[in-house]
Design a protein around this ligand. Structure first.
Ligand code: 13P
Length: 237
């Protein structure tokens, strides 16, 4: 399974190094072979050798150039980073990235063979408008995206569930993931208020290939416990 930590705008470079080291030690001690991804803040990116894959939360669709405040692929390359998160709800709704911008970014990093974790998900008012409206909204987020790309991972994160402590019911997650699997065979993660207390039941659901965790992942012990849940589920299959 794929267990990913989105550290967002948290943890300094030093704290991130300590965090990643804790996870590496845990994976080694417990003999864990799950795919573990960590997305640190930009200035906390660094070269890393180990089982954990480090990814960027964002980068511009360029190698370099005049894009003040952005980083390009040269900067990721310096650290051997080949994994990127695209379309996170905070990029779409807080920063204002449009589907067109995301498509450009997706295509740029796809051409370079990056592993892309592409995020989708609906805001509350769309969810409340009913299932059809919701699926219509989510379908638009697939537009222009190569859903057959071999290094693609999709993360379904309902906007209203991010950082709120709210989650869809387990039945809802199964239903939506089933629909989303019709759109792409890429591994499909669930994200939005996943914590140690609900991670095991979410991971066990049909159509859930992993989780993308925000706030609860900031606690390294909690994140490691979630990774262990995934390992136990696979061992018991
Ligand atoms: P929370 O786990 O804090 O709800 O955030 C989820 C998320 O946005 C992961 O990308």
């Amino acid at each position: 399974m794929i267990i990913a930590a989105n550290l967002k705008t948290n943890l300094t470079r030093l704290q991130t190094t300590e965090y990643i080291n804790k996870i590496e030690n845990f994976l080694k001690t417990k003999n864990i072979n799950q795919e573990v991804l960590v997305f640190p803040a930009m200035t906390s990116l660094n070269k890393h050798v180990g089982s954990v894959t480090i990814g960027a939360q964002n980068a511009y669709a360029t190698n370099n150039g005049a894009f003040t405040g952005e980083i390009g692929q040269d900067h990721l390359n310096e650290f051997g980073i080949k994994t990127i998160l695209i379309g996170h709800s905070e990029r779409r709704h807080v920063i204002g990235e449009t589907q067109e911008m995301l498509i450009e970014k997706f295509n740029f990093y796809k051409e370079l063979g990056y592993k892309i974790v592409y995020c989708i998900g609906e805001p509350l008012e769309i969810r409340e408008a009913g299932h059809d409206k919701m699926m219509e909204y989510i379908s638009k987020q697939y537009e222009g995206i190569d859903t057959n790309y071999k290094n693609l991972i999709i993360a379904y994160e309902p906007v209203w569930a991010i950082g709120t402590g709210l989650t869809p019911t387990l039945e809802d997650i199964v239903t939506i993931h089933k629909k989303l699997k019709e759109k792409s065979h890429a591994p499909l993660l669930y994200g939005g208020s996943v914590k140690v207390t609900n991670a095991a039941e979410v991971l066990a659901l049909d159509g859930v290939d992993g989780i993308l965790v925000g706030s609860a992942a900031l606690n390294a012990e909690h994140f490691c416990t979630m990774v262990e849940y995934a390992q136990n589920l696979e061992n018991n299959k």
